[in-house]
Design a protein around this ligand. Structure first.
Ligand SMILES: CC(=O)N[C@H](C=O)[C@@H](O)[C@H](O)[C@H](O)COP(=O)(O)O
Length: 230
């Protein structure tokens, strides 16, 4: 599918529909139902994990804007969001419109560098990329390499940002100031209320991605129970 005009996405909500390993929610039909519900109620797109889930949502919602990723862990690397060529290809073939990948400069499984991976994607697939980053340096580098979207997804989740807590509104502000306006800026991670999502838009995000607060049944229930038991 070709990407919808940016004006229809601007200031929009993208719902991240994911479920942890082992959860009964982690079923393609459950994911597809949550994705469809999100789209029916005003979300401009969905962010999905795994080729299987992307395929299920593509079949159920043929016109949905899908940002796809595949989380895979390897013993020789801390990079797990669409770490290499095989994962990018699988996400793209499953029907994603945009492929999200870890765009830090960390060592990747198999030793491919981010620069090599992005240029191969651009040459062989032409898939638009969303760069999940943690720092201003990695965001600017990803944009330079040609990623169409930059997201604050990994702020607070990498070794160098481990002491920070999402949402990365400071990082967002820095990226807004320094990124060219043709690169779309996404605030993702830790947007746990509509008010904080609105603050992210006011701080310069073109779009927001919200996961746990909307679709994170496992974590939300666990949190209520922990608090009630304390
Ligand atoms: C760091 C990482 O692996 N983030 C993942 C990226 O796809 C997801 O686990 C998050 O749920 C998503 O980013 C949305 O964030 P939040 O659930 O906080 O709204």
């Amino acid at each position: 599918m070709s990407l919808p005009a940016f004006e229809t996405l601007r200031r929009g909500l993208i719902v991240s529909v994911q479920a942890p390993e082992g959860s009964p929610m982690r079923h393609p039909q459950v994911i597809a139902a949550m994705a469809e519900t999100s789209l029916c109620n005003g979300a401009v797109g969905v962010r999905l994990e795994s080729p299987e889930h992307i395929g299920a949502v593509r079949r159920r919602c043929p016109n949905a804007l899908i940002i796809g990723l595949w989380k895979r862990s390897f013993p020789d690397s801390a990079v797990y969001i669409t770490p290499g060529w095989e994962e990018v290809q699988a996400v793209w073939s499953a029907g994603a419109d945009v492929v999200a990948l870890d765009a830090t400069q960390r060592h990747r499984p198999g030793g491919i560098t981010l620069d090599q991976l992005v240029s191969r994607v651009r040459e062989d697939l032409g898939a638009p990329l969303m760069a999940d980053v943690d720092t201003i340096e990695n965001g600017l580098r990803a944009a330079e390499l040609g990623c169409s979207f930059v997201g604050t997804t990994l702020y607070g989740y990498t070794e160098v940002t481990a002491v920070k807590r999402p949402p990365g509104l400071c990082l967002l502000g820095q990226l807004r100031q320094q990124l060219d306006s043709d690169v779309k800026l996404i605030c993702e991670g830790g947007l746990d209320s509509p008010q904080i999502a609105l603050e992210a838009l006011s701080s310069g995000a073109d779009m927001v991605v919200v996961g746990t607060a909307i679709t994170g049944v496992d974590l939300q229930v666990e949190n209520y129970c922990r608090t009630l038991a304390a």
